[in-house]
Design a protein around this ligand. Sequence first.
Ligand code: CMC
Length: 431
Amino acid sequence: MNNPRSDQPSETAKITIGDKVVSCPVVTGVENEKALDISGLRNQTGYVTYDEGYANTASCLSSITFIDGEKGILRYRGIPVEELAEKRSFIEVAHLLIFGHLPSVSEKSAFSKLLTSNCMIHDNMVKLFDNLPSSSHPMATLSAMVVTLSAYYPELIKPEMSAEEMNKIIAELLAKIRTLAAYSYKKSIGEPIIYPKREYKYVENFLHMMFSTPVDEYPLDKEVVDALEKILILHADHEQNCSTSTVRLVGSSKANLFASISAGICALWGPLHGGANQAVIEMLEEIVRDGGDVKKVIEKAKDKNNPFLLMGFGHRIYKNFDPRAKVIKGICDTVLTKLGINDPCLEVAKTIEEAALKDDFFIQRKLYPNVDFYSGIILRAIGIPTNMFTVIFAMGRLPGWIAHWKEQCESPNKKIGRPRQIYVGAPLTHI
Ligand code: CMC
């Protein structure tokens, strides 16, 4: 592998196994992160590395997102996420992640037009919603519908794509996901679906399709649109997390974009990942119902004999603070004040945060509120039902997933993802 930093002197590390010494090239990232390239280890020694949960393993070189978990830094293509949330729209950020730069005025207008013109769903596909039980979790519906796009739009799927064909499939998916997400919700509450409007922007159209009915037009509120826009931006990428790694792993077999993203949606669904925003609100509601005894909850989270975790706390990467959580907390206060909502869950959340940040258990383990701790309270305030929270996360994360899938397709390294294992089962046994 060529070292991505040609300005750095080449460095090697030595691994000694018995009387064998293996030289491993050191790979240095733009921000001076160091990694050992162990790709020759097995051939030279017969050994593989063991790293449960891939906590110390870089699976690729990527130029999309940089995170420094110790310092609480998150940047998309070099730009701090806080700046993007303050100054740019979700569509501009999607363009940045996917194409590597913020769009010019004309690029933005062309990109928006492309998204608007592709937001409709094939009518036969819409009928599929009728056959799903109304009790379907919207994440199940969304992942099923996204992979089903492969069946209804086969002309978009090609083993090798030109730049134009790649842009087309990307725009189709970005445009259609919000329509599919809103339809999933409408079907789950037994209401007729609402078609998107050409004159509405991305987030406005999503809110319109979610909340307008054939008889009532949903009144768009600037603060609500802004809040959702920012939430989507803050979720837009997070380098090699569980769902993005899933998208890359599935994509490495050359599975098409719809199939790869559908797999990512399923990975996101779990409560330790994107499903945490739903789990946080359910936890907060339970605490409020139970009388709001925060001390009891903190003790329960610390009890090693109890599987209970403080949902919305902790992160594999952030060990100081989650920069997204800081912005989200601010939006939470703004939106609730603007909408005049006094949510007891917000009070409980703030009390939990205060108590946990003073508690040795949480301090020693570097457990802080993550992005999901306050996002659910905002989503609830703007009327998004709890089971749609993770769908919102998926809509936000889509540009990141697409950017990683595209980066992998365009990378000269086309190796299929295939980790090793250490077998610990039965030894040879004859029947
Ligand atoms: N409540 C109580 N204890 C916790 C928590 C928590 N939320 N999170 C971690 N711990 C403890 C854990 O029990 C362990 O203790 P010990 O060292 O005594 O065994 C220690 O902290 C380290 O935890 P870990 O499980 O080894 O950490 P991890 O990096 O493998 O897991 C995590 C990270 C996010 C899965 C975990 O912190 C967690 O389950 N949090 C709750 C779920 C959650 O909020 N998930 C959303 C993450 S942010 C959105 C996203 O990017 O997906």
